[in-house]
Design a protein around this ligand. Structure first.
Ligand code: CDP
Ligand code: CDP
Length: 214
C-alpha cells in the first residue's frame, strides 16, 4: 500500500497546527508538528543561555531526546507541550532553526517518524525539503495583522502577559529569519495549493482542504 503524506507549510499563525490536527482526525493520519521539535530543542538550549556557542549546541543536540506522541511533545522524557509555547522560546527559536546542523538532525528525525505512516506534517520546509514527494502540499497564509491577532488572542487566553504589538513584532522578525535563512527556508513549494486564510474561520479552511483530498 502506498502511504499518503500531506505537507502543510506557511508562516506563523496561518492556522497550520489547528487545521492539521482536525484533518489528521478526520482522515486518520498521524500528525507531526515539526515546529514543536525546533521549539523543544530551543527550550533546552535556552537553559544554557542565549550566547551558547556552536560546539555546545552540537553537544546539546546529540545529548537530547525529542519524542512526539500525538499532540504531545517530550524533551528528554519530560512533557513540554505547554512550555515550548512561551514567548521566550518563540523569540529565540528562529535563531536556532537557521543552524544547518540543527535542521539536518530534525529533518532526519521527521522523516524517520513519517516513514511507513500516513501523515500530515506542518512546518516551513515540508513541501520543499522534508517531504518533496508528498501526496498533497498546502501553503497556508493570512495577513500579518490577522495572524498576529490570532496568536495574541491565544496567548492572552493562556494567561501570558503580552501586547498585540509585541506579538506582531515577534512574528514579523521570525518570518523574516525563516524566509531569509540559507538552508531550507520558509517557501511555498511550486506544486503547493495556496490558501489565503485571511477572514476565513477554521471550518472554512478545513472544508477547502478536505475538498482537495477527495
Ligand atoms: O506555531 P508557530 O507558527 O508560531 O511556530 P512553529 O510552527 O511552532 O515553529 C516555530 C519555529 O520553528 C519557526 O518560526 C521556525 O523558525 C522553526 N521551524 C522551522 O524552521 N522549520 C519547520 N519545519 C518548522 C518550524
Ligand atoms: O500553526 P500556526 O502557527 O500556523 O497557527 P495555529 O497555531 O494553528 O493558529 C493560531 C491561532 O489562530 C489558533 O488559536 C487558532 O485557533 C486560530 N485560527 C483562527 O482563528 N482561524 C483560522 N482560520 C486558523 C487559526
Amino acid at each position: 500500500m502506498v502511504n499518503i503524506s500531506i505537507a502543510l507549510d506557511g508562516p506563523a499563525g496561518a492556522g497550520k497546527s489547528t487545521i492539521a490536527k482536525i484533518i489528521a482526525k478526520a482522515k486518520k493520519l498521524t500528525y507531526i508538528d515539526t515546529g514543536a521539535m525546533y521549539r523543544a530543542i530551543t527550550l533546552k538550549i535556552l537553559r544554557y543561555g542565549k550566547n551558547v556557542q556552536e560546539e555546545q549546541i552540537k553537544k546539546i543536540l546529540s545529548d537530547s531526546k525529542i519524542d512526539i506522541d500525538g499532540n504531545d511533545i517530550f524533551l528528554d522524557g519530560k512533557l513540554v507541550t505547554e512550555e515550548i509555547r512561551k514567548p521566550e522560546v518563540s523569540n529565540f527559536v528562529s535563531h536556532v532553526a537557521k543552524i544547518s546542523f540543527v535542521r539536518m538532525k530534525m529533518v532526519e528525525l521527521q522523516r524517520k517518524i513519517a516513514a511507513n505512516k500516513n501523515v500530515i506534517m506542518d512546518g516551513r520546509d515540508i513541501g520543499t525539503y522534508v517531504l518533496p514527494n508528498a501526496t498533497y502540499k498546502f501553503f497556508l497564509t493570512a495577513s500579518i495583522d490577522e495572524r498576529a491577532k490570532r496568536r495574541f488572542t491565544e496567548l492572552k487566553e493562556k494567561g501570558f502577559n503580552v501586547t498585540f504589538e509585541e506579538v506582531k513584532n515577534e512574528m514579523e522578525k521570525r518570518d523574516k529569519i525563516d524566509t531569509e535563512r540559507e538552508f531550507a527556508p520558509l517557501r511555498q513549494a511550486e506544486d503547493a495549493i495556496v490558501i489565503d486564510t485571511t477572514g476565513k474561520c477554521i471550518q472554512e479552511v478545513v472544508d477547502e482542504i478536505l475538498y482537495y483530498l477527495k
